[in-house]
Design a protein around this ligand. Structure first.
Ligand code: ADP
Length: 373
Protein backbone atom coordinates (compact mmCIF):
# COMPACT_ATOMS: atom_id res chain seq x y z
CA UNK A 1 0.00 0.00 0.00
CA UNK A 2 1.21 3.50 -0.79
CA UNK A 3 2.24 5.64 2.15
CA UNK A 4 -0.32 8.10 3.51
CA UNK A 5 -3.07 6.58 1.42
CA UNK A 6 -6.44 7.59 2.85
CA UNK A 7 -8.58 4.59 3.55
CA UNK A 8 -12.23 4.32 4.48
CA UNK A 9 -13.08 2.24 7.53
CA UNK A 10 -16.49 1.10 8.70
CA UNK A 11 -16.50 0.26 12.41
CA UNK A 12 -19.50 -1.59 13.92
CA UNK A 13 -19.77 -1.68 17.72
CA UNK A 14 -22.70 -1.18 20.05
CA UNK A 15 -20.50 0.53 22.65
CA UNK A 16 -20.61 4.26 21.74
CA UNK A 17 -17.58 4.94 23.96
CA UNK A 18 -15.47 2.47 22.01
CA UNK A 19 -16.79 3.88 18.76
CA UNK A 20 -15.60 7.37 19.73
CA UNK A 21 -12.26 6.00 20.95
CA UNK A 22 -11.79 4.18 17.68
CA UNK A 23 -12.43 7.35 15.72
CA UNK A 24 -10.07 9.36 17.88
CA UNK A 25 -7.20 6.91 18.07
CA UNK A 26 -7.23 5.77 14.45
CA UNK A 27 -8.13 9.03 12.75
CA UNK A 28 -4.66 9.21 11.16
CA UNK A 29 -5.49 6.11 9.09
CA UNK A 30 -8.25 7.71 7.10
CA UNK A 31 -11.98 8.29 7.19
CA UNK A 32 -13.84 6.36 9.87
CA UNK A 33 -17.57 5.74 9.91
CA UNK A 34 -19.02 4.27 13.12
CA UNK A 35 -22.23 2.22 13.22
CA UNK A 36 -23.85 1.45 16.59
CA UNK A 37 -25.25 -1.95 15.59
CA UNK A 38 -25.22 -4.57 12.85
CA UNK A 39 -28.30 -3.32 11.06
CA UNK A 40 -26.98 0.24 10.87
CA UNK A 41 -23.60 -1.14 9.78
CA UNK A 42 -25.23 -3.00 6.89
CA UNK A 43 -27.11 0.08 5.69
CA UNK A 44 -23.93 2.20 5.91
CA UNK A 45 -22.08 -0.49 3.99
CA UNK A 46 -24.66 -0.43 1.20
CA UNK A 47 -24.47 3.35 0.91
CA UNK A 48 -20.73 3.73 0.35
CA UNK A 49 -17.52 1.91 -0.49
CA UNK A 50 -15.10 0.92 2.30
CA UNK A 51 -11.56 -0.42 2.26
CA UNK A 52 -11.91 -2.36 5.48
CA UNK A 53 -14.67 -3.35 7.92
CA UNK A 54 -14.10 -3.84 11.66
CA UNK A 55 -17.01 -5.68 13.26
CA UNK A 56 -17.56 -6.37 16.93
CA UNK A 57 -18.86 -9.89 17.43
CA UNK A 58 -21.01 -9.12 20.46
CA UNK A 59 -23.75 -6.78 19.40
CA UNK A 60 -27.44 -6.88 20.26
CA UNK A 61 -29.76 -7.76 17.38
CA UNK A 62 -27.50 -8.99 14.59
CA UNK A 63 -24.22 -10.27 16.03
CA UNK A 64 -20.92 -10.01 14.16
CA UNK A 65 -21.25 -13.40 12.48
CA UNK A 66 -24.78 -12.68 11.29
CA UNK A 67 -23.62 -9.37 9.82
CA UNK A 68 -20.73 -11.15 8.12
CA UNK A 69 -23.09 -13.79 6.70
CA UNK A 70 -25.32 -11.07 5.20
CA UNK A 71 -22.30 -9.29 3.74
CA UNK A 72 -20.88 -12.45 2.20
CA UNK A 73 -24.29 -13.46 0.79
CA UNK A 74 -24.44 -10.06 -0.89
CA UNK A 75 -21.32 -10.79 -2.98
CA UNK A 76 -17.68 -9.73 -2.89
CA UNK A 77 -16.76 -8.12 0.45
CA UNK A 78 -13.78 -5.92 1.40
CA UNK A 79 -11.49 -7.23 4.14
CA UNK A 80 -13.31 -7.83 7.41
CA UNK A 81 -11.69 -7.88 10.87
CA UNK A 82 -13.79 -9.49 13.56
CA UNK A 83 -13.42 -8.30 17.15
CA UNK A 84 -14.02 -11.23 19.47
CA UNK A 85 -14.09 -11.55 23.24
CA UNK A 86 -11.21 -13.26 25.07
CA UNK A 87 -11.60 -17.06 25.10
CA UNK A 88 -13.88 -16.87 22.10
CA UNK A 89 -11.63 -18.60 19.58
CA UNK A 90 -14.47 -20.67 18.16
CA UNK A 91 -16.22 -17.53 16.99
CA UNK A 92 -12.96 -16.34 15.47
CA UNK A 93 -12.52 -19.62 13.59
CA UNK A 94 -16.12 -19.47 12.40
CA UNK A 95 -15.64 -15.89 11.21
CA UNK A 96 -12.51 -16.82 9.27
CA UNK A 97 -14.30 -19.76 7.67
CA UNK A 98 -17.08 -17.47 6.59
CA UNK A 99 -14.64 -15.14 4.88
CA UNK A 100 -13.29 -12.72 7.50
CA UNK A 101 -9.72 -11.72 6.70
CA UNK A 102 -8.55 -11.66 10.32
CA UNK A 103 -9.73 -11.39 13.89
CA UNK A 104 -8.48 -9.63 16.98
CA UNK A 105 -9.26 -10.36 20.62
CA UNK A 106 -10.80 -7.41 22.46
CA UNK A 107 -8.95 -7.18 25.79
CA UNK A 108 -10.18 -5.05 28.66
CA UNK A 109 -7.19 -2.74 28.86
CA UNK A 110 -7.65 -1.76 25.19
CA UNK A 111 -4.27 -2.94 23.88
CA UNK A 112 -5.98 -4.26 20.80
CA UNK A 113 -6.40 -0.66 19.68
CA UNK A 114 -2.67 -0.44 19.21
CA UNK A 115 -2.70 -3.60 17.12
CA UNK A 116 -5.63 -2.61 14.95
CA UNK A 117 -3.81 -0.32 12.46
CA UNK A 118 -1.28 -3.01 11.73
CA UNK A 119 -3.92 -5.73 11.37
CA UNK A 120 -6.06 -3.49 9.16
CA UNK A 121 -3.18 -2.51 6.89
CA UNK A 122 -2.13 -6.13 6.60
CA UNK A 123 -5.69 -7.20 5.79
CA UNK A 124 -6.05 -4.54 3.10
CA UNK A 125 -2.73 -5.54 1.60
CA UNK A 126 -3.67 -9.21 1.55
CA UNK A 127 -7.08 -8.45 0.13
CA UNK A 128 -5.68 -6.32 -2.70
CA UNK A 129 -3.08 -8.93 -3.48
CA UNK A 130 -5.78 -11.62 -3.66
CA UNK A 131 -7.96 -9.39 -5.85
CA UNK A 132 -5.06 -8.74 -8.20
CA UNK A 133 -4.34 -12.46 -8.34
CA UNK A 134 -7.97 -13.19 -9.16
CA UNK A 135 -7.92 -10.55 -11.88
CA UNK A 136 -4.77 -11.97 -13.40
CA UNK A 137 -6.14 -15.50 -13.27
CA UNK A 138 -9.28 -14.38 -15.06
CA UNK A 139 -7.19 -12.61 -17.67
CA UNK A 140 -5.08 -15.73 -18.12
CA UNK A 141 -8.19 -17.88 -18.48
CA UNK A 142 -9.53 -15.45 -21.05
CA UNK A 143 -6.31 -15.66 -23.07
CA UNK A 144 -6.28 -19.46 -22.83
CA UNK A 145 -9.89 -19.69 -24.01
CA UNK A 146 -9.22 -17.26 -26.81
CA UNK A 147 -6.17 -19.27 -27.88
CA UNK A 148 -8.09 -22.53 -27.77
CA UNK A 149 -10.89 -21.02 -29.78
CA UNK A 150 -8.58 -19.64 -32.47
CA UNK A 151 -6.65 -22.93 -32.60
CA UNK A 152 -9.88 -24.82 -33.12
CA UNK A 153 -10.90 -22.38 -35.81
CA UNK A 154 -7.56 -22.81 -37.53
CA UNK A 155 -7.85 -26.58 -37.33
CA UNK A 156 -11.33 -26.43 -38.76
CA UNK A 157 -10.11 -24.12 -41.50
CA UNK A 158 -7.20 -26.42 -42.40
CA UNK A 159 -9.59 -29.36 -42.46
CA UNK A 160 -12.18 -27.69 -44.67
CA UNK A 161 -9.65 -26.20 -47.06
CA UNK A 162 -7.70 -29.42 -47.48
CA UNK A 163 -10.83 -31.48 -47.79
CA UNK A 164 -12.39 -29.22 -50.41
CA UNK A 165 -9.18 -28.80 -52.41
CA UNK A 166 -8.79 -32.52 -52.87
CA UNK A 167 -11.74 -32.79 -55.20
CA UNK A 168 -10.70 -30.32 -57.97
CA UNK A 169 -7.11 -31.50 -57.70
CA UNK A 170 -8.23 -35.05 -58.34
CA UNK A 171 -9.95 -33.86 -61.49
CA UNK A 172 -6.85 -32.00 -62.73
CA UNK A 173 -4.62 -34.98 -62.10
CA UNK A 174 -7.09 -37.40 -63.68
CA UNK A 175 -7.34 -35.35 -66.88
CA UNK A 176 -3.62 -34.65 -67.02
CA UNK A 177 -2.97 -38.39 -66.79
CA UNK A 178 -5.56 -38.98 -69.49
CA UNK A 179 -3.89 -36.38 -71.73
CA UNK A 180 -0.49 -37.93 -71.11
CA UNK A 181 -1.69 -41.40 -72.01
CA UNK A 182 -4.00 -40.59 -74.91
CA UNK A 183 -2.30 -37.62 -76.54
CA UNK A 184 1.32 -38.61 -76.07
CA UNK A 185 1.94 -38.90 -79.86
CA UNK A 186 0.15 -35.66 -80.65
CA UNK A 187 2.34 -33.63 -78.25
CA UNK A 188 5.93 -32.83 -79.11
CA UNK A 189 8.80 -33.58 -76.74
CA UNK A 190 8.45 -30.32 -74.85
CA UNK A 191 4.68 -30.80 -74.54
CA UNK A 192 5.24 -34.21 -72.98
CA UNK A 193 7.88 -32.79 -70.66
CA UNK A 194 5.46 -30.11 -69.46
CA UNK A 195 2.73 -32.69 -68.99
CA UNK A 196 5.15 -34.61 -66.77
CA UNK A 197 5.66 -31.47 -64.65
CA UNK A 198 1.91 -30.99 -64.30
CA UNK A 199 1.43 -34.56 -63.12
CA UNK A 200 4.37 -34.36 -60.70
CA UNK A 201 3.14 -31.04 -59.34
CA UNK A 202 -0.40 -32.26 -58.79
CA UNK A 203 0.82 -35.48 -57.11
CA UNK A 204 2.93 -33.41 -54.78
CA UNK A 205 0.07 -31.05 -54.07
CA UNK A 206 -2.15 -34.03 -53.35
CA UNK A 207 0.43 -35.32 -50.89
CA UNK A 208 0.69 -31.93 -49.19
CA UNK A 209 -3.08 -31.61 -48.92
CA UNK A 210 -3.38 -35.14 -47.51
CA UNK A 211 -0.63 -34.18 -45.05
CA UNK A 212 -2.49 -31.03 -44.04
CA UNK A 213 -5.67 -33.01 -43.58
CA UNK A 214 -3.77 -35.57 -41.56
CA UNK A 215 -2.19 -32.80 -39.45
CA UNK A 216 -5.55 -31.17 -38.74
CA UNK A 217 -6.97 -34.53 -37.67
CA UNK A 218 -4.20 -35.43 -35.22
CA UNK A 219 -6.01 -34.82 -32.00
CA UNK A 220 -6.66 -36.26 -28.63
CA UNK A 221 -10.30 -35.21 -28.75
CA UNK A 222 -13.00 -37.67 -27.70
CA UNK A 223 -10.56 -40.27 -26.50
CA UNK A 224 -9.48 -41.26 -23.04
CA UNK A 225 -5.80 -41.65 -22.23
CA UNK A 226 -4.58 -45.20 -21.79
CA UNK A 227 -1.42 -46.82 -20.40
CA UNK A 228 1.19 -47.01 -23.15
CA UNK A 229 4.21 -49.25 -22.85
CA UNK A 230 6.93 -47.37 -24.73
CA UNK A 231 9.16 -50.46 -25.04
CA UNK A 232 6.43 -52.09 -27.13
CA UNK A 233 5.99 -48.94 -29.23
CA UNK A 234 9.70 -48.75 -30.04
CA UNK A 235 9.84 -52.48 -30.79
CA UNK A 236 6.98 -52.03 -33.22
CA UNK A 237 8.71 -49.09 -34.94
CA UNK A 238 11.88 -51.17 -35.29
CA UNK A 239 9.84 -54.00 -36.84
CA UNK A 240 8.13 -51.57 -39.24
CA UNK A 241 11.47 -50.03 -40.25
CA UNK A 242 13.29 -53.35 -40.59
CA UNK A 243 13.77 -53.04 -44.35
CA UNK A 244 15.31 -49.54 -44.03
CA UNK A 245 17.42 -50.58 -41.06
CA UNK A 246 18.84 -53.59 -42.94
CA UNK A 247 19.36 -51.62 -46.12
CA UNK A 248 21.21 -48.83 -44.33
CA UNK A 249 23.16 -51.18 -42.09
CA UNK A 250 21.72 -49.18 -39.21
CA UNK A 251 21.36 -49.85 -35.49
CA UNK A 252 18.38 -48.76 -33.41
CA UNK A 253 18.85 -49.41 -29.70
CA UNK A 254 16.91 -48.40 -26.59
CA UNK A 255 17.17 -48.42 -22.81
CA UNK A 256 14.29 -49.78 -20.72
CA UNK A 257 11.46 -47.31 -21.28
CA UNK A 258 8.54 -46.44 -19.00
CA UNK A 259 4.84 -47.04 -19.39
CA UNK A 260 3.17 -43.67 -19.76
CA UNK A 261 -0.39 -42.42 -20.02
CA UNK A 262 -1.59 -41.19 -23.38
CA UNK A 263 -2.92 -42.17 -26.77
CA UNK A 264 -0.98 -45.14 -28.10
CA UNK A 265 -1.78 -44.58 -31.77
CA UNK A 266 -0.46 -41.01 -31.57
CA UNK A 267 2.60 -41.72 -29.47
CA UNK A 268 3.56 -44.46 -31.92
CA UNK A 269 3.66 -41.79 -34.63
CA UNK A 270 6.02 -39.67 -32.56
CA UNK A 271 8.50 -42.54 -32.19
CA UNK A 272 8.03 -43.47 -35.85
CA UNK A 273 8.76 -39.96 -37.11
CA UNK A 274 11.71 -39.32 -34.83
CA UNK A 275 13.41 -42.68 -35.37
CA UNK A 276 12.74 -42.56 -39.11
CA UNK A 277 14.26 -39.06 -39.31
CA UNK A 278 17.28 -40.22 -37.30
CA UNK A 279 17.95 -42.87 -39.95
CA UNK A 280 17.02 -40.69 -42.91
CA UNK A 281 19.06 -37.57 -42.12
CA UNK A 282 22.32 -39.46 -41.88
CA UNK A 283 25.25 -39.78 -44.24
CA UNK A 284 27.15 -42.03 -41.86
CA UNK A 285 28.03 -45.53 -43.10
CA UNK A 286 26.55 -46.97 -39.91
CA UNK A 287 23.52 -44.90 -38.83
CA UNK A 288 22.75 -45.24 -35.15
CA UNK A 289 19.66 -44.17 -33.22
CA UNK A 290 19.38 -44.61 -29.49
CA UNK A 291 16.22 -44.02 -27.44
CA UNK A 292 16.16 -43.49 -23.70
CA UNK A 293 14.01 -41.89 -20.99
CA UNK A 294 14.72 -40.17 -17.72
CA UNK A 295 12.54 -38.91 -14.91
CA UNK A 296 12.40 -35.14 -14.68
CA UNK A 297 10.19 -34.06 -11.77
CA UNK A 298 6.60 -34.73 -12.77
CA UNK A 299 7.57 -35.59 -16.34
CA UNK A 300 9.30 -38.32 -18.30
CA UNK A 301 11.93 -36.90 -20.62
CA UNK A 302 12.56 -39.05 -23.69
CA UNK A 303 15.55 -38.64 -25.96
CA UNK A 304 16.12 -39.91 -29.49
CA UNK A 305 19.77 -39.50 -30.37
CA UNK A 306 21.28 -40.03 -33.81
CA UNK A 307 24.70 -39.80 -35.42
CA UNK A 308 23.37 -38.03 -38.49
CA UNK A 309 23.99 -34.75 -40.28
CA UNK A 310 22.86 -32.58 -37.35
CA UNK A 311 20.92 -29.33 -37.45
CA UNK A 312 22.15 -25.78 -37.29
CA UNK A 313 20.83 -24.50 -33.89
CA UNK A 314 19.37 -21.43 -35.61
CA UNK A 315 16.79 -23.74 -37.26
CA UNK A 316 16.01 -25.65 -34.06
CA UNK A 317 12.56 -24.09 -33.66
CA UNK A 318 11.59 -23.66 -37.27
CA UNK A 319 11.68 -27.38 -38.08
CA UNK A 320 8.69 -28.03 -35.80
CA UNK A 321 6.42 -25.86 -37.95
CA UNK A 322 4.34 -27.38 -40.70
CA UNK A 323 6.01 -27.75 -44.14
CA UNK A 324 9.35 -26.45 -42.89
CA UNK A 325 12.30 -28.34 -44.34
CA UNK A 326 16.00 -27.67 -44.31
CA UNK A 327 16.73 -29.85 -47.29
CA UNK A 328 15.90 -30.19 -50.90
CA UNK A 329 13.67 -33.14 -51.77
CA UNK A 330 16.31 -34.43 -54.21
CA UNK A 331 18.68 -34.70 -51.30
CA UNK A 332 16.30 -36.13 -48.68
CA UNK A 333 12.68 -37.06 -49.42
CA UNK A 334 9.88 -35.66 -47.25
CA UNK A 335 7.19 -33.02 -46.95
CA UNK A 336 8.07 -31.25 -43.71
CA UNK A 337 5.13 -32.60 -41.74
CA UNK A 338 6.63 -35.22 -39.41
CA UNK A 339 7.96 -32.90 -36.73
CA UNK A 340 4.92 -30.61 -36.84
CA UNK A 341 2.75 -33.67 -36.20
CA UNK A 342 5.08 -34.78 -33.37
CA UNK A 343 4.81 -31.33 -31.79
CA UNK A 344 1.04 -31.33 -32.01
CA UNK A 345 0.82 -34.79 -30.45
CA UNK A 346 3.24 -34.00 -27.64
CA UNK A 347 1.54 -30.67 -26.86
CA UNK A 348 -1.79 -32.50 -26.86
CA UNK A 349 -0.27 -34.71 -24.18
CA UNK A 350 0.76 -31.56 -22.24
CA UNK A 351 4.45 -32.08 -22.98
CA UNK A 352 7.18 -30.22 -24.87
CA UNK A 353 9.42 -31.21 -27.75
CA UNK A 354 12.76 -29.74 -28.80
CA UNK A 355 16.06 -30.60 -30.42
CA UNK A 356 19.66 -30.13 -29.36
CA UNK A 357 22.14 -30.40 -32.15
CA UNK A 358 25.03 -28.95 -34.06
CA UNK A 359 25.54 -29.30 -37.74
CA UNK A 360 27.59 -32.41 -38.49
CA UNK A 361 27.46 -33.71 -34.94
CA UNK A 362 24.23 -35.69 -34.84
CA UNK A 363 21.02 -34.58 -33.16
CA UNK A 364 19.13 -35.43 -30.03
CA UNK A 365 15.39 -34.86 -30.06
CA UNK A 366 13.78 -34.58 -26.64
CA UNK A 367 10.16 -34.70 -25.59
CA UNK A 368 8.45 -34.72 -22.23
CA UNK A 369 5.22 -36.40 -21.15
CA UNK A 370 3.59 -35.97 -17.72
CA UNK A 371 3.95 -39.07 -15.57
CA UNK A 372 0.23 -38.82 -14.96
CA UNK A 373 -0.10 -41.08 -11.91
P1 ADP B 1 10.44 -34.26 -43.37
O1 ADP B 1 11.40 -35.25 -42.81
O2 ADP B 1 9.30 -34.87 -44.07
O3 ADP B 1 11.12 -33.21 -44.17
P2 ADP B 1 10.09 -33.34 -40.67
O4 ADP B 1 9.05 -32.40 -40.15
O5 ADP B 1 10.17 -34.67 -40.06
O6 ADP B 1 9.77 -33.45 -42.21
O7 ADP B 1 11.48 -32.62 -40.55
C1 ADP B 1 11.63 -31.26 -40.87
C2 ADP B 1 13.07 -30.95 -41.24
O8 ADP B 1 13.89 -31.05 -40.09
C3 ADP B 1 13.66 -31.95 -42.21
O9 ADP B 1 13.39 -31.58 -43.53
C4 ADP B 1 15.14 -31.91 -41.88
O10 ADP B 1 15.73 -30.84 -42.58
C5 ADP B 1 15.17 -31.59 -40.41
N1 ADP B 1 15.39 -32.80 -39.57
C6 ADP B 1 14.44 -33.54 -38.97
N2 ADP B 1 14.98 -34.54 -38.26
C7 ADP B 1 16.30 -34.44 -38.41
C8 ADP B 1 17.43 -35.19 -37.91
N3 ADP B 1 17.28 -36.24 -37.12
N4 ADP B 1 18.67 -34.77 -38.28
C9 ADP B 1 18.82 -33.68 -39.07
N5 ADP B 1 17.81 -32.96 -39.58
C10 ADP B 1 16.57 -33.32 -39.26
Amino acid sequence: MKEKEEIRILYMDDDPGLGRLFQKKLSQMGEIVVAGNGQEGLSRYREEKYDVLVIDYQMPGLDGLQVLRKLVDGGSVPPVIMLTGAGNEETAVEAMKMGATDYIVKDIDGKYFQLLPLVMNEAIKRFRFAEEKKRMQKELERYANELERSNKELEQFAYVVSHDLKEPLHTIRGFAKFLEESYQDKLDEQGNEFMGYIIDGTSRMERLISGLLDYSRVTFKNSDPEPVNCNELVEQVIRDLKATIDLRNAKVTFDPLPTITGKERLLLRVFQNLIDNGLKYCRNELPKVHISAEEDGKMWRFSIKDNGIGINPKHAERIFFIFQRLHNRNEFSGDGLGLAICRKIIENHKGKIWVESNQGEGSTFYFTIPKGE
